[in-house]
Design a protein around this ligand. Structure first.
Ligand code: GDP
Ligand code: MN
Length: 392
């Protein structure tokens, strides 16, 4: 689960991390008032669950309250498109108005879970304010990594070492050490999956502070952080992903593809996407209906896949076990009737009641190509999508 910058900075503040003075505004007038409060020179920042706002016009540095109001008016009510949002962008309902900080140096600090290290990993760099992916690609030696001992936490001398390696001035190493330690506490105590400060700044008047704040939480741990659940802004989520989530279905939207994939099980999802690629096509999404879905769940899953505008053909790849193939087939027929779609289906069904399931699909008069295995599925997809199944 993601939260907004204005929420993340409040959490940071409560953990003793320095942030600029700021307030949140929902109207240009509120933005103006906040700017007056902070002396006129402020940063007006669109609140969306995505980074890259600076380059996309979602961060404006202004010198006077009227300019703050104007900047807010230009953002509020629009959809901000950044390289991290989907094509349509994300709706801006609030802006953060922050006292302008005079920056001497922009640094980078993030903490994320590292599967190889089986631990939280601090990643820090002297190259803040730019995309960290660029730093990783062009100058990987400029990224400092430190795996956090899960029992001990981040020791102060490690935090100090990190601060020095990213070029914090000597007289500010002590506050920077505290700041990095506190970021780790946020990560561990709140079960975050990401804490990212880009940029962490050294100010011209000799302070270190978090100028931007991104925190994401581990969904599976939210049950023990009820207060964090209240911070959710579902409007920022992908509409179909939200719908699937509410229905207890695992739906993932993927960029650039034309094949909608309905599967049961994560491993089958991976194999199905491989097959789609083999056919020279690409998945537009995959939806894992899981183990014991009932007919109406399957119907809803089908409806979600069809609602994805990128989908031109649906690949159904199910292994009947706890989920019986006849149940799945009835659900698909229900979904097809409900949506009225004529979209071609390529269907592989094996396992419990597979023949019955295929018969149900055939009897329903849907546009179905039945295949016996994934190789045949690839061939069928190529036929449906044309020789050039690619998505160029
Ligand atoms: P992002 O582009 O979504 O990551 O938004 P950020 O909050 O990181 O802002 C982008 C950039 O705007 C930062 O890297 C800074 O260079 C600049 N910026 C943001 N706030 C301030 C500020 O108070 N003072 C100055 N001088 N620059 C700022
Ligand atoms: Mn940033």
């Amino acid at each position: 689960m993601n939260i907004h910058e204005y929420q993340a900075r409040e959490i940071l503040e409560s953990y003793g991390v320095s942030v600029p003075r700021a307030g949140v505004a929902s109207t240009p007038d509120e933005a103006r008032q906040l700017a007056v409060e902070f002396g006129g020179r402020v940063a007006v920042k669109a609140q969306v669950h995505a980074g890259g706002r600076g380059k996309a016009g979602g961060v404006k540095l202004v010198q006077a309250p009227d300019e703050a109001a104007e900047a807010a008016a230009g953002m509020l009510g629009t959809n901000l498109v950044t390289h991290q949002t989907k094509a349509g962008g994300a709706p801006v309902r609030k802006v953060l108005v922050a006292e302008l900080t005079d920056i001497a140096d922009e640094l980078y600090v993030a903490i994320t879970m590292d599967a190889d290290a089986k631990a939280a990993m601090v990643m820090a760099s002297s190259e803040g304010g730019v995309e960290i992916e660029e730093v990783a690609a062009n100058t990987p030696n400029k990224i400092v990594r430190h795996a956090v001992d899960p029992l001990i936490g981040l020791s102060p001398y490690h935090a100090r070492d990190i601060a020095m390696k990213i070029g914090v001035p000597t007289d500010l190493v002590q506050p920077a050490t505290g700041l990095i330690t506190n970021l780790c506490r946020v990560f561990q105590e709140l079960d975050a999956s990401l804490v990212e400060i880009n940029p962490l700044v050294v100010t011209t008047d000799g302070r270190v502070m978090a100028l931007d704040a991104k925190i994401a939480f581990e969904d599976d741990a939210l049950f023990r952080h009820r207060e964090i659940l209240d911070l959710e802004d579902s409007e920022q989520n992908d509409e179909l992903e939200q719908k699937a989530h509410d229905a207890g279905l695992a739906y993932v939207k993927l960029d650039g593809g034309r094949v909608g994939c309905m599967v049961n099980g994560a491993g089958l999802a991976m194999a199905t996407m491989d097959i789609t690629k083999t056919a020279g096509a690409a998945p537009a999404n995959f939806l894992d209906v899981g183990g014991g879905a009932a007919e109406d769940k399957i119907a809803e899953a089908f409806e979600i896949i069809v609602s994805d505008d990128d989908v031109e053909v649906i690949l159904v790849n199910l292994f009947g076990g706890i989920l019986r193939c006849d149940v799945a087939a009835r659900g698909i027929v229900m979904g097809a009737q409900y949506t009225g779609t004529q979209m071609p289906l390529v269907v592989a069904m094996r396992g419990t009641n597979a023949n019955e399931g295929l018969q149900i699909l055939a009897d329903a008069g849907l546009n179905v190509t039945t295949v016996g295995d994934l190789g045949e599925a690839a061939t069928a997809l190529t036929q449906v999508l044309g020789a050039d199944g690619s998505n160029a």
